[in-house]
Design a protein around this ligand. Sequence first.
Ligand code: HH2
Length: 287
Amino acid sequence: MAALYPNANSASDRKCAPSSLWELLRLKRALIMGILNVTPDSFSDGGRFIDPTSALAHARRMVSLGADILDIGAESTRPYGGAVAVPMEEEIRRLTPILPAAAELGVPVSIDTMKSEVAAWALASGATIVNDVWGLQRDRAMAHVAAEHGTPVIIMHNREHADPALDIMAEISAFFARSLEIAVAAGLPRHNIVLDPGIGFGKTPEQSLIAIARLAELKSFGLPLLVGASRKRFIDKISPAPPDQRLGGSVAAHVLAVTNGAVIVRTHDVAETVQALRVTAAIENVR
Ligand code: HH2
């Protein structure tokens, strides 16, 4: 069966695991980004991994289960959950005992931050990808930091408030176009950009569904697409459940996202997502 899912993350593959996002993208299979939140207040796992020992154990577990990338964040982005803004110094303090060690685990580490200073610190400390949930549009120094380090950037769509009247796909495309202009002006090459429609950010639950259903439209940018639907609120609106009981909905959303063109999915539940995507790929391959 392994042949049906090329370069799957078995322990033996891991020995020669790709060390950069560019190498990973050449694997021709969907990639798994495992989430590590070193925060007290993240919406689904807040407080679980604030302690460095448990954070690193979780990072190691995700890699052994098949995570291709680790996404580490030290400030919750919770759009509607009243996340507390964290000063730059505190974000770096939380990351210091964790990020450099996680960067030794054999997979690329991305830094999930809205602050260019934190991104710069993380890139100097072992991270090799920047994940900006404001798509380079909030902290204008972010694009320059990524360009200076020559690292890939995940540009995520976001807005302060959801507007149910919006054509969400047109809004996301216009946002990406603005972000790409900022990137080009800062000298960030196009081949270093990944686009993410930002499931649950500045969108009604229905608009999050639309973004997954019509994801293929975003392929027109000619850039890799990432989707992060893990445990998000739109699942609860369809099938009520607390965040830690939204696995079924998360897996369904990620499978469809990949079917519709996502090449990276961002998840809290690595093992289940790896299995679902392997089975999806195997079925596609015998079609
Ligand atoms: N979602 C969250 C955080 N960062 N980054 C990208 N690129 N795409 C996403 O969909 C995305 C993201 C929110 O999820 P989580 O990290 O679990 O929660 P919190 O922000 O509360 O820590």
